[in-house]
Design a protein around this ligand. Structure first.
Ligand code: HEM
Length: 583
């Protein structure tokens, strides 16, 4: 295997340190706006030719707007590449040869796949022009990714910030700590992080992860009896909303049995953040236009729904916390009736505004829902596609669970192979597939690339995880590449070759929560059922912050032979207990 440094040197000569963005902006500013707009309109591509707009914007711009609120992003048509070449100065950083047709077939699909193609052509560090005054420095090298991630919001090395992520998702996360930076972020992260302590995760295992998965089993039982098929991606999205609702707010969305508008709202809002990041003309920056643009209207409606839900839940919880409980607050504080993150934060008497609390909790709701849902979707898909791996997973689940219908914490620790299946699935399908950062000052990446101040950097986790220079046989689903007697893979023990939860100070705060939730859900489901893909299905791939299928993941479900299943009446089984706000 090539080391990351060797890969950099072999494929990418060093740059002379030209400030990329500055050279684009100054050069392009010389173009008359009307000419520029004409060019943009001519090249803009859309998947929806019949966009129905009730706004009076320029015809050419209409194609950039997606009334569906999902699916259309426009990035780097080839004239921008040519401009990149023309005004690229003396820099040796390769400019991606992005052709409109490369993008066209991926629109509404998996745009991050184009990043892979350009990595193969241009090397692990290249420049991707994305607009008249913007570009991304795309990084697909573990050493460079490690450097950037560890220098983000690092008080000792404050080089990178979230930058564009903050700009494009502020409408959703507001003051939430997932997008803030500097001291503001540090204080909030210190307050929220401890809420996910070990005792809390153990409590979640028994009260939330297992019982919620059992609720999904009840739904699947009906499907198994009828012989119909079911969209497992939708099921996992419902399951993870139920889990995060109970874990963060002690609230049961009951998404598995009633349709919850929050699911669509979260998807619409996340898709909007992605679209904002890749729009050639950032109309979203003109907030006075929002009421006139259907896509923006939809996004704002989605955010209002999520905020209103969060505010109601906080108000209910505030009423319940009394002084006695606050006095009992300690590092591993758990309220027996309500062990939620919300209760923890209110009981900690954290001096924080209602808005800050709302946005922090909203951050956790959004960050912890779709991500785990997508991990479950792709893990089940990969297991179904690889029968020998599925057989090993079944064997482990049956052996470890025995008569139990759901694992306890000690069992979770024994479900090592299933955890490696989840780890490997997150290598092949990382959520999100790219991480964004912005350089605040000039920097130099390992390998000698100079990053000018203000440069947006896109770390392609997907590329790192799929690069043949980093992984042997990268496209194969092989959980065995992470041996059971070695530590669970993470960014530190793989030297940033494996970064599904990011790394450095901004690493995911819910990584252990998510792994436990996913493994427990899969164990409960595999114990009970056999899953088969509906034949001749084109599941496709698209993104909305996480990697989704395009058409759902339809499966038939069959109860496994009785002797392998748990005895639901057995003493070891923790029966599902619905969590309610008033509990
Ligand atoms: C498998 C599921 C999950 C995946 C793949 C995932 C992935 C990530 C990644 C990659 C980041 C870092 C983004 C960056 O560096 O720009 C992140 C941040 C974050 N995640 Fe997760 N996450 C998952 C589950 C969760 C859960 C369950 C929660 C909450 C309980 C959560 C809460 C957060 C928060 C609050 C942040 C922001 C942290 C900060 O900026 O300090 N995530 N997640």
């Amino acid at each position: 295997m090539l080391s990351s440094e060797a890969l950099l040197q072999a494929q990418c000569p060093t740059t002379s340190g030209r400030p990329f963005q500055q050279s684009y902006s100054t050069s392009l500013c010389r173009l008359k706006p009307s000419r520029l707009q004409k060019r943009l309109s001519a090249r803009a591509v859309s998947t929806d030719e019949d966009v129905d707009l009730d706004v009076s914007v320029d015809k050419g711009l209409q194609k950039l707007i997606d009334t569906a609120g999902a699916g259309v992003s426009v990035t780097s048509p080839d004239w921008l590449t040519q401009l990149g070449r023309l005004w690229g100065g003396k820099s040796d950083v390769p400019v991606a040869d992005a052709k409109a047709e490369d993008i066209q077939e991926l629109l509404g699909g998996a745009l991050f796949k184009a990043l892979y193609k350009w990595m193969v052509e241009s090397g692990p560090v290249y420049l991707l022009p994305t607009g008249p005054v913007s570009s991304f420095l795309v990084v697909s090298d573990p050493a460079a990714a490690k450097h950037v991630l560890r220098s983000t919001d690092n008080p000792n090395r404050p080089i990178y910030v979230k930058g564009l992520v903050q700009e494009v998702s502020e409408f959703l996360f507001g003051d939430g700590f997932a997008i803030s930076g500097g001291d503001e972020w540090r204080v909030r992260r210190k307050a929220v992080g401890p809420s996910l302590h070990k005792a809390y995760l153990a409590e979640m295992t028994n009260r939330v992860f297992g019982p919620s998965a059992q609720n999904l089993c009840s739904k699947l039982e009906v499907v198994a009896r009828s012989g119909e098929n079911i969209d497992m991606e939708a099921c996992f999205s419902q399951l993870t909303l139920d889990v995060i609702g109970k874990a963060v707010f002690n609230y049961d969305f009951d998404a598995l049995t009633t349709s919850s508008p929050v699911i669509q709202a979260v998807y619409t809002a996340l898709k909007e953040t992605e679209q904002r990041a890749t729009d050639v003309l950032p109309l979203w920056k003109l907030s006075f236009l929002h009421p006139l643009i259907p896509r923006q209207r939809k996004a704002m409606e989605a955010v209002q729904l999520i905020r209103a839900t969060t505010e109601q839940l906080i108000a209910k919880c505030r009423e319940m916390v009394d002084a006695e409980e606050q006095a009992r607050f300690g590092e591993d504080y758990i309220n027996e009736a309500d062990p939620s993150v919300l209760r923890f934060l209110i009981a900690s008497r954290d001096e924080v505004s209602s808005r800050q609390l709302r946005d922090d909790l909203l951050s956790m709701l959004v960050a912890g829902h779709e991500t785990t849902g997508s991990v479950l979707t792709w893990t089940l898909y990969l297991l179904e596609q690889n029968p020998s791996t599925m057989a090993k997973a079944h064997e482990e689940v049956d052996r470890v669970l025995g008569e139990k219908a759901q694992p306890e914490v000690a069992d979770y620790q024994q479900l090592k192979y299933l955890l490696r299946c989840v780890n490997e699935s997150m290598r092949l399908y990382p959520h999100p597939p790219v991480l964004l950062r912005r350089a605040q000052i000039q920097d130099e990446l390992p390998g000698g690339f100079t990053v000018p101040p203000g440069q947006d950097v896109m770390i392609s986790v997907y590329n790192i995880h799929h690069s043949p220079a980093v992984w042997e046989d990268p496209e194969a689903f092989r959980p065995e590449r992470f041996p059971l007697d070695e530590p669970v893979p993470n960014e530190a023990n793989t030297d940033y070759r494996y970064i599904p939860f990011s790394g450095g100070p901004r690493k995911c705060v819910g990584d252990q929560f998510a792994l436990m939730e996913a493994v427990i859900a899969l164990a409960v489901l595999l114990k009970r059922f056999d899953f088969r893909m509906v034949p001749d299905q084109d599941i496709g791939m698209t993104t909305g912050a996480t990697i989704h299928t395009q058409n759902g993941l339809f499966m038939t479900v069959k109860e496994r032979p009785r002797q392998q299943q748990a005895s639901v009446s057995g003493k070891t089984v923790t029966s599902p207990q619905p969590v309610t706000v008033n509990a």
